[in-house]
Ligand binder design. Structure first.
Ligand code: GDP
Length: 139
């Protein structure tokens, strides 16, 4: 079940920049089915827990501050080969290196404020989806 699902967040810069609709449109037209979705403003504690794996990285503090700076749209997405295909759709972490036409190339402001999150493995997709959504919130 988890192998065809991934987890995403439209990050604060993209929500603030009024790109939520355009990004969802790209995601849906790329063939992803929305299994769960919500708009929420996460606390720095929740952002810190979500990015726990990056705790030792130099940008961790800034990342936590940024991710709790405004509302995000969190979603679980379903598609064949979801994790890999979604990473391709969003492009490289640094928008300057993201392939043309990818969501980050189109909408990201910087390596930090890079418009969207996409799980990097099936295992993390499940952990991240479970972090944000109960079973009752999935269709
Ligand atoms: P991702 O899997 O492409 O999201 O990239 P990573 O897992 O490496 O990093 C997680 C998030 O941390 C990224 O999406 C960025 O928002 C942020 N980030 C990554 N690298 C840097 C960096 O060098 N500086 C800053 N300020 N933020 C970064």
């Amino acid at each position: 079940m988890t192998t065809n699902r991934t987890f995403t967040m439209i990050k604060p810069d993209a929500v603030e920049g009024k790109h939520t609709g355009a990004i969802l449109d790209i995601i849906i037209k790329a063939g992803f089915r929305i299994v769960a979705m919500k708009l929420l403003h996460i606390s720095s504690e929740k952002a810190g827990a979500f990015y726990e794996v990056h705790k030792e990285r130099p940008f961790y503090k800034d990342l936590v501050k940024y991710m709790s700076s405004g509302p995000v749209v969190a979603a679980i997405l379903e598609k064949e080969n979801a994790v890999e295909d979604f990473r391709k759709l969003i492009g490289a972490t640094d928008p300057a290196k993201a392939a043309p036409g990818t969501i980050r190339a189109l909408f990201a402001k910087s390596i930090e404020a890079n418009a969207v999150h996409g799980s990097d493995s099936n295992e993390n997709a499940k952990i991240e989806g479970d972090f944000y959504f109960s079973m009752l919130e999935r269709v």
